[in-house]
Design a protein around this ligand. Structure first.
Ligand SMILES: Nc1nc2c(ncn2[C@@H]2O[C@H](COP(=O)(O)OP(=O)(O)OP(=O)(O)O)[C@@H](O)[C@H]2O)c(=O)[nH]1
Ligand SMILES: [Mg+2]
Ligand SMILES: [Zn+2]
Length: 313
């Protein structure tokens, strides 16, 4: 059965959203790249039904005769999603990207280097149960690399770290080893850290706009304003570029968190109190056990920091 006939199938035509501009979507399908939009029902029930976003697999209906856009009939179940806590006071989830396999957290080794911020960005991914890779850009501008690497080492616990110069492809081979055919990486980080520069380098073109950072504080200018999924050449995988984030607000999810920090809790039965939170509680066996081992101590201290953040944000 050809793709042409599948347009009129009950299931609709399947495709993946590569770009969203308000209610207009770009969708890659077996028929090529198509323009799509929400149905009237989806448009007026916003917030109540799932809204399609970049990375979603969707089915499309035949194009409307009025505007030529394909209404999005359905969103296929998501395998994963990268979410953060929405900005503002409301305790709400904001889904940034659908169906990523891995998150590339990008942070600069320039004046903006900040271990706490890196930890929060990584925790956004961990809390979604997604593996993360830490890409430290602007290694070419950094003259105390070893010192900075030691400082991030204490927060990563198993997350690979790659100091790179985005303009030098030789330094990007470690990053590329995390991509392969069909695998999708979502870029995440502050503005100006080089997310779009990395994507352009992998694409071998200037597809994404980039801009120099401000000279006096190395802060970015919020150049990228939309999310976009790009296919790398030679079937090397897929990368989603995202706008720089002002704050890494974590959407705390219990199960992935318990999984990441699970190895800390093996001695939980020996804590003095049955409702021990394994933080600063008196007689906590989990804490005492962690303090005896440098690696586990770093992990417990991170758990404690993130729990404190969870309780205050
Ligand atoms: N020297 C050097 N410059 C870099 C490196 N990575 C990025 N840059 C520069 O940093 C500036 C910002 O890069 P962008 O790719 O626009 O940053 P971004 O993360 O996409 O920023 P937003 O789109 O605002 O989120 C550009 O001038 C890049 O050339 C690097 O590894 N070394
Ligand atoms: Mg950008
Ligand atoms: Zn305890």
């Amino acid at each position: 059965m050809g793709f042409e006939t599948s347009l009129t199938n009950a299931a609709g035509l399947i495709g993946r959203i590569t770009r969203q501009d308000r209610q207009r979507y770009t969708v890659i399908t077996g028929l090529g790249t198509l323009r799509a939009t929400l149905t009237t029902g989806q448009r007026f029930s916003r917030g109540k039904v799932l809204t399609p976003i970049v990375g979603d697999w969707v089915t499309l209906l035949e194009p409307s005769t009025s505007d030529g856009l394909h209404p999005i009939k359905s969103i296929l179940p998501r395998r994963s999603q990268l979410s953060r806590r929405a900005a503002g006071d409301a305790n709400q989830e904001q889904v940034l990207v659908a169906n990523p396999d891995i998150v590339f957290v990008v942070s600069g080794l320039d004046q903006n280097f900040n271990v706490n911020r890196i930890e929060r960005f990584l925790a956004v991914a961990w809390s979604c149960g997604l593996p993360a890779v830490l890409i430290l850009s602007k290694a070419d501008l950094c003259n105390d690399l070893d010192d900075r690497l030691i400082r991030v080492q204490s927060i990563v616990h198993g997350t690979p770290i790659y100091p790179v110069n985005m303009h030098d492809p030789k330094t990007l081979t470690g990053v590329l080893s995390h991509l392969s055919s069909g695998l999708c990486a979502a870029l995440m980080g502050s503005s100006g850290v080089g997310k779009s520069t990395l994507l352009n380098q992998l694409l071998g073109s200037e597809h994404m706009a980039t801009q120099p950072v401000r000279a006096f504080d190395d802060k970015g200018r919020h150049t990228t304003t939309h999310r976009e999924l790009c296919l790398l050449p030679n079937d090397q995988g897929l990368v989603i570029d995202t706008p720089g984030m002002r704050e890494a607000q974590i959407w705390f999810q219990e199960a992935p968190f318990q999984k990441r920090y699970g190895e800390l809790f093996l001695t939980r039965d020996q804590c003095r109190f049955s409702d021990c939170r394994h933080l600063d509680d008196p007689g906590c066996a989990v804490r005492d056990d962690a303090m005896a081992d440098p690696e586990r101590r770093d992990l417990w201290q991170q758990y404690r920091r993130l729990m404190a953040l969870k309780n205050t944000q």
